[in-house]
Design a protein around this ligand. Structure first.
Ligand code: PLP
Length: 287
């Protein structure tokens, strides 16, 4: 089996995992897939990349590396920066600042930059049409594994904007299942349909009721069990809800399940620190 896949045994079940966490050092996972188009595009008309979203997002971190690689300035308009983060930059935020990210705090400045012809504007979470190209490559890779093993898959991946699930589903011959980690299933469906109007992605209701980034002991526990039983390190924002939802819905899958590891490990240390501040990890025997 190719180095891009793992076969794991978890909670007494067999799964395949597509290891998109391994496809690049600085930016990997689905953000690398989403940036594949831009990586090969002629960007000489632009002098900067502008984006917006959460102050700890994986997309922000990936874009900071990408801009550096392309010798473009990286400007970012965060939805919110807590005073704690401003004083103690950590995780993806610290990483992006180190890559030269410039913060645009004023909405008015963001809007005028967005309209400048020398700005390459990339929407929140890189959820744009151009992102599709990388998922054609991803679908091809999955097809190759299917041919090699002589079996079909049901594919599962947890969603934020839903762009990864939507674009993979449009380009794969396999069924794609997901669950929302940000917002309700209805909201995710709306976002998916905005990108791919006739999308066949199947949205499963999340196993745990939680807002995005909420610290839940159940999340930490399944993350830990995954690490112990599979030796794979997943991330803590999307994967725990993903795996809990997958395990709660095993009866909907009729084929071997392929889970997509979408990277995001750059933010793991700061997520673990948040869990430690809230619950005290010494009690959980994680360290
Ligand atoms: C960004 C991200 C997601 C969400 O991807 P969407 O395409 O926005 O649904 C899921 N998992 C990880 C690790 C991510 O970094």
């Amino acid at each position: 089996m190719s180095e891009f896949f793992s076969q794991i045994h978890f909670e007494n079940r067999d799964f395949f995992v597509l290891r998109d966490d391994l496809i690049g050092a600085e930016f990997n996972g689905n953000k690398a897939r989403k940036l594949e188009f831009f990586l090969h595009a002629d960007l000489s008309a632009f002098n900067c990349i502008l984006s917006h979203g959460s102050s700890q997002s994986n997309a922000m971190s990936a874009l900071s590396s990408f801009a550096k690689l392309k010798n473009l300035e990286f400007l970012y308009h965060p939805t919110h920066i807590s005073s704690f983060l401003a004083q103690n930059p950590c995780g993806n935020f610290a990483f992006a600042l180190k890559n030269g990210m410039k913060i645009i705090s004023q909405k008015s400045e963001f809007n005028s930059l967005k309209n400048s012809p020398s700005t390459l504007f990339i929407p929140e979470g890189v959820a744009c049409k151009e992102a599709e190209q990388g998922f054609k490559s991803q679908a091809r890779l999955i097809d190759n594994l299917s041919a090699e093993l002589g079996c079909d898959f049901d594919i599962f991946l947890p969603s934020g904007t839903g762009a990864s699930a939507a674009f993979l589903a449009r380009n794969s011959r396999f069924s794609v299942f997901t669950t929302p980690c940000v917002g309700s299933p209805q909201y995710l469906a709306k976002q998916i349909f905005a990108l791919v109007p006739d999308s066949k992605v199947r949205i499963l209701p999340p196993a745990i009721k939680a807002y995005f980034g909420e610290l839940k002991l159940e999340f930490l526990r399944i993350w830990q069990r995954l690490k112990e039983q599979t030796s794979i390190t997943f991330e803590l924002l999307y994967d725990p809800q993903g795996w809990l939802t997958l395990l709660a819905n095993l009866s909907v899958f009729s084929k071997p399940v392929l889970y997509i590891h979408q990277g995001g490990l750059g933010g793991l240390a700061s997520q673990l620190a948040r869990y430690e501040r809230k619950f005290g990890l010494e009690n959980l025997a994680i360290k």
